[in-house]
Design a protein around this ligand. Structure first.
Ligand code: PLP
Length: 416
C-alpha cells in the first residue's frame, strides 16, 4: 500500500531524465537496456568509471568485515591507510586530514577551521563560485540564484570579487587575471579588511559557474595576497581533484601552495566521502569537538577510496585525463568552429565547457538546452552550468578511451 501511494517530490520528478538500471565503465544502461555514454560521471564523481571491478571488490570485502566504526571510539584500518595514502598525494606539509561525507560538509569544516585558526570572521569568494548548499556553503556560493532563493538570512561577512572570466570580459587570460587581482585588492582595501578576513575560497576551475580555469597568474596572485595579509588560501578541489584536470590537483597547474585543500567527488568513486587537508599547526587550532560527524570516514567509503587511488595509479588515469582531455577539446573546438552559436570551448583535462552565445553576444540558454537534450536523445549524457545555464559541460570518467571521446564528439556535432 505504502509503495503504491508514495509520490516523488517535485524536485526528484524534474531531475530524472534517465532511469538507470546499471552502470559499467563509461556507460549507463536504462531499464530498457538502452546504452548511454555518460559524460557526466555523477557530476564528476565516478572517475574510475561505473562499478570498477577493483572498487566493487574492495567495498564488498569491507561491507562483509566492518561497515562502520565511528572514529572517536572505534578507529579502523581503512581510515588509517587512506590517511597515509592521501598524505603521499597531497602538497607537502598540507597532509593532516579530517573526514566528512560531502563537499558541502567539507566546505563548512574548512570555514570553521579558518575562523578558529585566524580569529577572523570574513571570507572572500569569487563571482560564479559554487561551494555547496548547506547554509554556510550556500553563503559562499554565488552561482545559481535558485540555491540561495528564499533561504536567507545567509552568513554575513562574505565578500564577492570578480573571477577572471576571460571570455566574458573579452580579454586575454592574463589581462583578466590582472584585472581580477586589482579588484581583489580594491575589495581588501574597502569592503573586507584583511584583519577581519579569515580565508579566500577558490575553485581552480570555476565549476558550476561555467567551467572557467583560473589562470596560473591569478592563483599565484592569490597566494601572494594571502601571505601578505595572513589570510588562508582554501582550494576547493571538490570537482577538480584526483586527476580530473590532467594533473592530480587543479592547483598543480599553477604550482601554488594552498593552506587548506577540500576534496570530495572523485575521492571514492561514488561512495560518500570527503575530506579537508591542512598543515598540522593549522589543524591543531580546530577546537576539540567543533569538527566531527557520525559517518565521516566510513569504513566502506575509505576502502573504496583506497581502491580508487590504486586504480588512478595503476591505470595512469591522470595522464589519460590529460591526453583524452586534449583530444576531446580539439574535437569540440572543431564543432565550435563550424557552429558560431558555440562561442567558447575551454577547460582543463576532462573538465570542458562549451559556452553558447547568441549573435548579439548574450548567453544563449535555449540553444544550450536544445543541444543538451538532443545529445541525450542520441545517447550522450551531458550537464549544463554557467551563469545562465548556457554552458554545456563534459566531465566523463577518467577511464574514457579515444574511441569513446570520438563517439561523443560525433554525437555532439549532430546535436549542436
Ligand atoms: N564545491 C564544489 C567546487 C562543487 O562543485 C560542489 C558540488 O558540485 C560542492 C563544493 C558541494 O559538494 P556536495 O554536492 O557534495 O555537497
Amino acid at each position: 500500500m505504502a509503495e503504491q501511494s508514495a509520490e516523488l517530490s517535485p524536485i526528484l520528478k524534474q531531475a530524472t531524465p534517465v532511469l538507470a538500471a546499471r552502470g559499467e565503465g563509461v556507460y549507463i544502461y536504462d531499464e530498457d537496456d538502452r546504452r548511454y555514454l555518460d559524460f557526466t560521471a555523477g557530476i564528476g564523481v565516478t572517475s574510475t568509471g561505473h562499478c570498477h571491478p577493483k572498487v566493487v571488490e574492495a567495498a564488498q570485502r569491507q561491507v562483509a568485515t566492518l561497515v562502520h566504526g565511528q572514529y572517536t571510539t572505534v578507529m579502523h584500518r581503512p581510515l588509517l591507510r587512506l590517511t597515509e595514502r592521501l598524505g603521499s598525494v597531497l602538497p607537502a606539509g598540507v597532509d593532516r586530514l579530517f573526514y566528512v561525507n560531502s563537499g558541502s560538509e567539507a566546505v563548512e569544516a574548512s570555514l570553521r577551521l579558518a575562523r578558529q585558526a585566524t580569529g577572523r570572521q570574513n571570507a572572500i569568494v569569487f563571482q560564479g563560485s559554487f561551494h555547496g548548499r548547506t547554509m554556510a556553503a550556500a553563503s559562499l556560493t554565488t552561482s545559481g540564484v535558485k540555491i540561495r532563493a528564499g533561504i536567507g538570512p545567509l552568513m554575513p561577512g562574505v565578500a564577492v570579487s570578480p573571477f577572471p572570466y576571460a571570455y566574458r570580459y573579452g580579454m586575454s587570460e592574463e589581462q583578466a587575471s590582472e584585472f581580477a587581482l586589482r579588484e581583489l585588492d580594491y575589495l581588501l582595501a574597502t569592503v573586507s579588511s584583511p584583519k577581519d578576513t579569515a580565508a579566500i575560497f577558490i575553485e581552480p576551475v570555476l565549476g558550476e559557474g561555467g567551467y572557467v580555469p583560473a589562470p596560473a597568474s591569478f592563483l599565484t596572485g592569490l597566494r601572494e595576497r594571502a601571505d601578505r595579509h595572513g589570510i588562508l588560501l582554501v582550494m576547493d578541489e571538490v570537482q577538480t581533484g584526483f586527476g580530473r584536470t590532467g594533473r592530480f590537483w587543479g592547483h598543480d597547474h599553477a604550482g601554488v601552495r594552498p593552506d587548506i585543500v577540500i576534496t570530495a567527488k572523485g575521492l571514492a568513486s561514488g561512495f560518500p566521502l570527503s575530506a579537508i587537508a591542512a598543515p598540522s599547526e593549522l589543524m591543531e587550532k580546530a577546537w576539540p569537538g567543533s569538527q566531527g560527524g557520525t559517518y565521516g570516514g566510513n569504513a566502506v567509503s575509505c576502502a573504496a577510496a583506497l581502491a580508487t587511488l590504486d586504480v588512478i595509479e595503476e591505470e595512469g588515469l591522470v595522464d589519460n585525463a590529460a591526453q583524452m582531455g586534449e583530444r576531446l577539446h580539439k574535437g569540440l573546438a572543431q564543432v565550435a568552429d563550424a557552429h558560431s552559436v558555440v562561442g567558447d570551448v575551454r577547460g582543463l583535462g576532462l573538465m570542458i565547457g562549451n559556452e553558447f552565445t547568441a549573435a548579439d553576444g548574450s548567453p544563449d540558454t535555449e540553444a544550450a538546452a536544445r543541444a543538451h537534450r538532443a545529445a541525450a536523445d542520441k545517447g550522450l549524457l551531458l550537464l549544463t552550468c554557467g551563469p545562465h545555464g548556457n554552458v554545456v559541460r563534459m566531465i566523463p570518467p577518467l577511464i574514457v578511451t579515444a574511441d569513446q571521446v570520438d563517439a561523443a564528439v560525433e554525437i555532439w556535432a549532430e546535436s549542436v
